[in-house]
Design a protein. Structure first.
Length: 150
């Protein structure tokens, strides 16, 4: 049985502390976890909240457009959207111009949820303890990386 020698240093490229992926992964999980109690008050999951952010902004989008903006496939979105439809927060209808396309729109209860949701970003911003400039710089850098990889 051979023993590793003390002179063989690990490759620094393979050390966890030198990876970009781990802090991004861990941070993503922690930020999502910070959202959970706030979204539970609204009876929303984090992915459902993301859908609502887009619908509150655009009023209606196709499933394809939602998927493109959220980087999610229709197999992930469809069950999520069906749950929101059962709660009578959104409507799903075929696009009369293209029967293959499904349009997602807000129902009054889904629109009303926006009032309650306004406190979520403020509370998250406070938890992050960043200055507005730091927040904007970080968001910009993350969006740049996301665009480069998408």
């Amino acid at each position: 049985m051979s023993n590793p020698t003390s002179s063989s240093a690990p490759n620094p490229l393979l050390q966890l502390e030198n990876q970009l992926c781990f802090p991004l992964y861990a941070l993503s999980r922690m930020v999502t976890k910070a959202y959970q109690p706030l979204l539970q008050e609204l009876d929303l999951t984090y992915p459902q909240y993301l859908v609502f952010l887009l619908l509150w902004e655009h009023q209606e989008l196709t499933v394809k457009e939602l998927g493109e903006k959220l980087l999610l496939d229709s197999g992930t979105l469809t069950p999520l959207l069906k749950r929101l439809e059962r709660k009578q927060w959104i409507s799903r209808r075929r696009d009369p111009r293209d029967e293959r396309s499904v349009i997602i729109g807000l129902l009054p209860a889904g629109q009303a949820l926006q009032v309650q949701a306004c406190k979520v970003p403020e509370q998250i911003f406070a938890q992050l303890n960043l200055t507005p400039t730091e927040f904007e710089t970080l968001r910009s850098q993350l969006n740049t990386l996301l665009t480069q990889l998408a």
